[in-house]
Design a protein around this ligand. Sequence first.
Ligand code: FES
Ligand code: FES
Length: 222
Amino acid sequence: MTTNNKSSGFSRRDFLKISSIAASVPLVAGPKVIEVAGQEVAVHGPGAVPVTLSVNGKRFNAELEPRVTLLDALREHFDVTGPKRVCDRAECGACTVLIDDRLVYSCTTLAIEAQGKEIVTAEGLGGGDRPHAVQSAFVNNDAQQCGFCTPGFTVAAKSFLDRNPHGHDAEIAHGLAGNLCRCGTYRGIHGVVAQMTGREPQGNAGTTMIASRATPSSKGDA
Ligand code: FES
Ligand code: FES
């Protein structure tokens, strides 16, 4: 009698071997490649995939589902807790980090997208007995109360100053408009940047930062 196994070229033993291999393959797997409009596109997940990130000069590895945000990867998997979760929807800037010197909200960036790039958080600017000049200026200007927004603000301020070492008040207000402080320390934060540009803030500088929210966010402009 001719069996189905013979006609398909598969023996029952082959089938069992393949099944056992499949069962032993970890949930982590490389991307599938599908064709979309004539182009090959890599599809990751839905299971965990290997993710390697470079954060503040160190490499971190984990197996993460592709849906995991950079903020979750940093805080929950790599114990890098400078970026804070506040709004979790690209509104407040508490989660601000630099990716290849570009300001981004880590709560709305996928960890898998940040691979191969250099990520810098507030911890990466400095700290301890070697603070970054911006961090020292935050202390000197009493520019924090609860401090929850402060790490994101230090990253945004550092990025702004790199691009605008002589920014005037309106530019400072616009440049930091992507970050919110619920405690109202805008005057101090504005003073930080004004001090770093080498002059005192003028007029109502600092109180205009909320008004600047009507303008496009600075995120992505870096
Ligand atoms: S937590 Fe990311 S912008 Fe608010
Ligand atoms: S210091 Fe409290 S939210 Fe900014």
